[in-house]
Design a protein around this ligand. Structure first.
Ligand code: ADP
Ligand code: MG
Length: 617
């Protein structure tokens, strides 16, 4: 069987997505691979397909049990024999897994890196060497990433004990530094490197700066009651608070954070995964383990500490390629919260002073960039992609900056006031103190330094605080000012500011014509009739998934069901053409869904006849 046949037969797809074929080819020809592809790009298929074609055993190292279980279940549904070995397995399951492995019936074996510490496991695998080894979430090997796992450092010495075989490393988040670490620490040999770019065109990005976050959240969730999504908060207490309020307001919500007992956390995750709970309110502890493909929105109730975290968390939306929304609710106190979290992190670290200082500087720098994202009037996608080192057009037409219908409003004189204020106070202060002076604050910090006597004191009284911040941010973006490094960044006026001060240049902020209208909830392109059918297909899917003991999206993805709803296949041949319907799934579930479609069409036909005959009478 060649790779395209296998793709069609086992996965039900007729074509590769960008990057996939190159990776599959490289692994099949025995080369190492480093693949950096965004969430939802389809990385798993890149090693699952070679695993099938190579025969023998492919070993997959994955950081989390939930990830392994998900993939093993999904493979099983496609008729591919795969098992995992992990610490939470029951004796019976373990025996069954080993039985399959010993009989050589198993194509893919998933393990966590900690399994490599087991001498008996290592000796078994040395006697039964794999054809291919894949490391999923490979960034976990790097201390530079947020998800460092010491166990990943055991992989390289382990690989050295095996006969040579291709090694594939897969990740969604990798800065240059992390990439280098992955290659080096996993010992990849001249890997074929595939990077498909970070853009996720199906994701819509938006930043809101609401006065009342809870009210805003409720407004946002109201029209999203029937779809699943995540609300991320910075702290555990906030998670409990928001989840509680949502439940009280009649939403189907669950909470998830590291302070909860493992058992309750697991329950919450299972329910979410099985579509029994619609909205998950969580800290960033609800992370990598989520492979759920039909998440339609990710709302950040608070600003995270850096754009890496933000993009990773937001990126959990729309893995199935369908439209999804990533909305961040920014509030002034978010920056403070992040600073506190950062200093707590630092207390827990035991680094030598010099390195600790470096880490601190880097974190503060990343925090600054994150804050800029929340305040900018530039295209949000462009800001994100630039941060990850990619070129992007000035407008994406799919983010709140591009779609707000904002118009440029001149703020030249206000900008000059700020620059004067900074210059006349000797460029010694940070932006919040300068803003306080300009807004005429009588705070202790202002008064004890005698800053109320400044000529610019109170000149910004009319300017809203959030607008004041955006103005300062704009000045930095345009290079008129810069901030010094360190915990308390000080504003310095640059040489570029001269023409602005002299009135030869102007400064504009893009402001929405009116308060941002809530954008319409994204539709999936289904018309009224298809939507009704889609709902029925979903119901059927839930029954089938419940009976099989797997999450619904493992049976068929939302995208696949939507295609069925649109095309309404009536025969097995037609059903087989729906993307995502492979041979095994057709056999297993095809008739059940054909039945739903048939009944639906008959009812429509009957109803149609009735209304027609009424019309005749
Ligand atoms: P990643 O690990 O890169 O985040 P996954 O491997 O979980 O992504 O795949 C995301 C989704 O994309 C899955 O639902 C998968 O079935 C789907 N997918 C993968 N490859 C293809 C393809 N060639 N055509 C259509 N859908 C695909
Ligand atoms: Mg993955």
């Amino acid at each position: 069987m060649d790779k395209l046949q296998a793709l069609e037969q086992y996965f039900g797809y007729t074509s590769f997505r960008p990057g996939q074929e190159t990776i599959v080819d490289a692994l099949l020809s025995g080369q190492d691979v480093l693949a950096v592809m965004p969430t939802g790009a389809g990385k798993s298929l890149c090693f699952q397909l070679p695993a099938l074609l190579l025969g023998g055993l492919t070993l997959v190292i994955s950081p989390l049990i939930s990830l392994m279980k998900d993939q093993v279940e999904a493979l099983g549904q496609n008729g591919i024999s795969a098992v995992c070995l992990h610490s939470q397995m029951e004796e019976k399951e373990r025996t069954a897994a080993w039985e399959l492995l010993r009989r050589g019936r198993c194509r893919l074996l998933y393990i966590a890196p900690e399994r490599l510490e087991s001498a008996s496991f290592c000796s078994w695998i040395q006697r039964h060497p794999p054809k291919l080894v894949c490391v999923d979430e490979a960034h976990c090997v790097s201390q530079w990433g947020q998800d460092f796992r010491p166990g990943y450092l055991k992989i390289r010495p382990f690989l050295d004990t095996l006969p040579a075989c291709p090694v594939g490393a897969f990740t969604a988040t990798a800065t240059a530094q992390v990439r280098q670490d992955v290659v080096q620490l996993l010992g990849l040999r001249q890997p074929v490197t595939v990077s498909t770019g970070f853009d996720r065109p199906n994701l819509y990005f938006e930043v809101r700066r609401p006065a009342h976050k809870w009210e805003e959240l409720r407004k946002l969730l109201q029209p999203r009651r029937d779809v699943t999504g995540i609300v991320y908060c910075s702290t555990r207490s906030q998670v409990d608070d928001v989840a509680g309020r949502l439940k009280q307001a009649g939403f189907s919500a669950a909470a998830y954070h590291a302070g909860m007992e493992a058992q309750y956390r697991r329950q919450a995750q299972e329910k979410f995964s099985r579509d029994e709970v619609r909205v998950m309110v969580a800290t960033n502890a609800f992370g990598m383990g989520i492979d759920k493909s039909n998440i339609r929105y990710v709302i950040h109730y608070n600003m995270p500490g850096d754009l890496e975290s933000y993009y990773q968390e937001a990126g959990r939306a729309g893995r199935d390629g369908g439209e999804a929304d990533c909305i961040l609710l920014f509030g002034q106190s978010d920056v403070m919260t992040q600073r506190i979290l950062l200093s707590k992190d630092r207390e827990n670290e035991t680094l030598p002073p010099k390195e600790a200082e470096q880490v601190k500087q880097r974190s503060l720098y990343r925090l600054q960039k994150m804050r800029n994202y929340c305040l900018t009037d530039r295209c949000l996608r462009q800001v994100l992609l630039e941060y990850f080192g990619e070129q992007a057009p000035e407008k994406c037409d799919h983010c709140s900056s591009c779609l707000s219908g904002a118009v440029p409003v001149e703020f030249t004189s206000q900008a000059q006031m700020f620059l004067c204020c900074a210059l006349r106070t000797g460029q010694r202060f940070g932006s919040s103190l300068l803003i306080s002076v300009l807004r005429g604050s009588r705070s202790q910090q202002v008064l004890e330094r005698g800053l109320e006597t400044q000529s610019t004191y109170g000149m910004w009284r009319q300017l809203e605080p959030s607008l004041a911040q955006r103005l300062v941010q704009k000045l930095e973006e345009q290079g008129y000012i810069r901030f010094t490094q360190g915990e308390y960044p000080v504003v310095k006026v640059t040489r570029k500011a001269k023409p602005l001060l002299a009135g030869k240049e102007k400064l504009f902020l893009a402001l929405p014509k009116q308060e941002t209208q809530p954008l319409p909830v994204r539709k999936d392109g289904l018309d009224e009739v298809s939507r009704r059918l889609f709902e029925q297909l979903r119901l059927r899917r839930r029954e089938l998934a419940g009976a099989a003991g797997v999450p619904p999206y493992v049976v068929f993805s939302d995208a696949t069901l939507q295609q069925m709803a649109r095309q309404r296949p009536v025969s097995r041949e037609q059903m087989r053409k729906i993307p995502g319907v492979g041979a095994v799934k057709l056999e297993r579930y095809g008739d059940a869904f054909l039945e739903v479609i048939r009944t639906f069409q008959q009812q429509r036909y009957r109803k149609g006849n009735q209304t027609e005959s009424k019309g005749v009478r």
